[in-house]
Every structure is written in structure tokens, then in C-alpha cells.
Write a protein that binds this ligand. Structure first.
Ligand code: UD1
Length: 358
């Protein structure tokens, strides 16, 4: 059997790592297509080298662009790839423009599509990810769900017969890297200048268009971070840097120290060394939970509702209008046990098995 993985953005590379490893233990052929949605070394190459992922077999090189331009470029480029590779399955990941384009290109040419991380919903139609994931789920033949909640959403949309619960592959990779970091197998992360790794600090990321694209809102959010009583290591996504520059907003103010995005082991090390996380990233909310740090999420909702239980994660859509933002951001991690809502760390093997047996 031949399976093509279509990936393009940073979080998909993290999910690809355990899937590629699981395929390598089978006789099946696994072909990696990188769309090129993310192209900076910080967002792409370091994940291949750091997580031991084989180099992409095909690189589409689409780069950045508006939604239509980027999605359309992947869609157009995939025709040739599918015609020459003739896969048994096309596997798409998560909810980016590369995901929906990969899925659509395959169904149109009658190739079977599996969607990893199916069934997540924010019910917020302003988010590009929400369109991408809903459309991908309805196009796909096999829906590999990470959580019971995702299975419920798929059932509510009449997709139960195509859905299977495999768990979350992010657990596979996050726990493996955590153990390696704790065993001293990775160098200490390069935190932004001005952050003392041995004193309390928060890890922060912001990249959602709803937080970065409106100048007033971005300035207000950065202002709230700047006023925190502990240093904030802001690991800045290029989108954030680009928008801040465009709007004339200085990210390096008050408590905020700006640094580059970290490789995966660096991020895990940074979170393990931190007093907590403030983010709008889906992946980081879950990584904080898995690594036992309190998370404050700058969004009105989350797809990962399990993290909200017992206050491990707290939603603060508007930090600048939330009088107790400071107390929330610096609150200690809860002492309650977290359970394993995201599975046992063997999701990738189960996902590969589900594809092979479907
Ligand atoms: C994309 C995904 C988002 C995911 C995120 C993870 C979509 C619609 N969004 O958002 O779901 O959470 O990846 O990081 O697919 N840029 C660079 N270098 C790069 C890539 C991007 O400088 O390698 C800059 C460019 O200015 C670009 C901007 O970042 O225009 C946005 O990149 P894009 O891929 O459109 O979306 P992300 O914000 O990264």
C-alpha cells in the first residue's frame, strides 16, 4: 500500500513525526509531500531534523499568499503529484490551508482521503481553520479523531460511520520529547535575550489573525503581556513579527522579551522550565497541559475543551479588558490529576493501522 502525507505548516510537521515513524515499522510505502506553506527554517527544516522525519519526497514550494492563492496553488500542484504517485490513500493533517487543499485535490481525482485530527470544532466561523477542518472532514473517507469530543462532533454531522477514535498523535511526540529533554539529551533551549532560565518566566506565542491583524487589538494584547510581573518569553511567529512591523508596534516592551520560534525539543524544554503559558496556539494549549503547566489562552473558545477542566487552561479572549488577567497568567498549575483525555501516546500506530485496515 502507498500512502501520501500532505503537510505544509509547522504543527503538521510535529504530527507527521510519529506517523512517519509508525509507517517505517510497516511494509507500506509512505510518501511525504511538503506544500511549502511554511518555508522559514525555524518553521520547517528544524522540525524535520529535530524530530527525525525523512526529507520530503516532493516539495510544492507554494509559499505565502492570500487564502485563495495559497489554497489554490496547492490544489493545482497536487494533480500532477497524485497522477504520478497513484497512492492508495492521501493523509491530511489538522486544519490549515494545506489540509483542505490536499483533501480536495485527492477526492476530485478519486483517491481515498484520511484526515488526522478530525472532528475538532471551535464553532467560530471567523477562523480559517474552522472552514478548513469542516470541509476536510466532509470530503474525507476516513476520519481519525483525537478525542471523544471530536467523535461526538463527527456523529452530530452524520459522519460517525467514517470515524474512528485513535487518540492524539501530539501526545506521542510530546511525551517522547519530554522524556528525552528530562534525560538531558537535548541542549537547553535558546530563550530570548533577557530571560533567565533559572528564574520564573512565562512562555508566550501569538499568531492567530484575529489577534495579530488588527493594530489596536494587537497593541492592547502586547500591552497586557508587557504589564505582567514576570518576564514573558514571546516566541514570535513570523506572522506576528510581520504584522507588528506593519502596524509600528514594538513587541519588546515591559516584561516582554522577543525571541525566534523554537525547535520542538526547545519548546518542550522552555515550557518545562516555565511558570506557565500564554498563547493562542491550539498545539501549545495541549503541550502545556501534557507538560503540567497552567495555560492562559487568548481566544474566546478552544477546540481542546478537555484542557479547561480543573483550570489547567483558562480562556481570556481580551486580556486588556480582563481585570484579573495578571492573576490568571501567573497562577500556579492546578494540583488535580489531569487524566489522559488525549490518549496513551500510541495514536500514530493506531492511525496507521486504521488506514491500512480501512
Ligand atoms: C498557519 C495556519 C494555522 C496554523 C499556523 C501554525 C492556515 C490558514 N493557517 O498560519 O492554522 O495554526 O500555520 O503556524 O493555514 N510566514 C513567514 N515564513 C513562513 C511562513 C509564513 O514569514 O515560513 C509569514 C508570512 O508573512 C505569511 C504569514 O506568516 O504571510 C502567515 O503565514 P500562513 O502560512 O498564511 O499562515 P500562519 O499564520 O502561519
Amino acid at each position: 500500500m502507498k500512502v501520501i502525507s500532505v503537510v505544509g505548516a509547522r504543527p503538521q510537521l510535529v504530527k507527521l513525526a510519529p506517523i512517519a515513524a509508525a509507517f517505517s515499522d510497516t511494509p507500506h510505502e509512505h510518501v511525504i509531500v511538503h506544500t511549502g506553506q511554511h518555508y522559514d527554517a525555524d518553521l520547517s527544516d528544524v522540525f524535520f531534523s529535530g524530530l527525525g522525519i525523512p526529507d520530503p519526497d516532493v516539495h510544492l514550494g507554494v509559499g505565502s499568499g492570500g487564502h485563495g492563492e495559497q489554497t489554490g496553488a496547492v490544489l493545482a500542484a497536487m494533480d500532477k503529484v497524485l497522477e504520478s504517485e497513484k497512492p492508495d490513500w492521501v493523509l491530511v493533517y489538522g486544519d490549515t490551508n494545506s489540509t483542505v487543499a490536499g483533501a480536495l485535490s485527492a477526492v476530485k481525482l478519486h483517491y481515498r482521503v484520511a484526515h488526522l485530527e478530525a472532528g475538532l470544532r471551535s464553532f467560530n466561523r471567523r477562523m480559517p481553520e474552522e472552514h478548513n477542518r469542516v470541509l476536510t472532514d466532509h470530503a474525507a473517507d476516513l476520519l481519525l479523531a483525537p478525542t471523544e469530543e471530536a467523535m461526538r462532533h463527527l456523529g452530530n454531522e452524520g459522519l460517525a460511520h467514517r470515524s474512528t477514535l485513535v487518540g492524539d498523535v501530539m501526545v506521542d511526540v510530546c511525551l517522547r520529547i519530554r522524556d528525552a529533554v528530562l534525560a538531558g539529551e537535548h541542549p537547553r533551549p535558546s530563550l530570548p535575550e533577557g530571560i533567565d532560565a533559572d528564574a520564573p518566566y512565562l512562555v508566550s506565542t501569538l499568531h492567530r489573525p484575529d489577534n495579530t491583524d488588527d493594530p489596536e487589538r494587537l497593541a492592547a494584547i502586547i500591552g497586557s503581556l508587557a504589564a505582567l510581573p514576570v518576564p514573558v518569553a514571546l516566541l514570535a511567529h513570523p506572522r506576528l513579527v510581520a504584522r507588528a512591523e506593519q502596524h509600528g508596534i514594538d513587541l519588546n516592551q515591559g516584561a516582554v522579551r522577543v525571541g525566534r520560534p523554537l525547535p520542538y525539543a526547545g519548546l518542550v524544554g522552555a515550557v518545562l522550565g516555565s511558570a506557565g503559558v500564554v498563547t493562542d496556539s491550539g498545539g501549545l494549549q495541549k503541550e502545556a497541559f501534557l507538560l503540567g503547566r497552567a495555560c492562559t489562552t487568548v481566544r474566546p473558545e478552544t477546540e481542546w475543551v478537555e484542557t479547561l477542566e480543573d483550570g489547567w487552561n483558562h480562556l481570556v479572549p481580551d486580556p486588556h479588558e480582563t481585570p484579573d488577567f495578571t492573576e490568571l497568567a501567573v497562577r500556579p498549575a492546578p494540583e488535580t490529576p489531569r487524566g489522559t483525555p488525549y490518549g496513551d501516546g500510541n495514536a500514530a500506530v493506531r492511525a496507521v493501522q486504521a488506514i491500512v485496515e480501512a
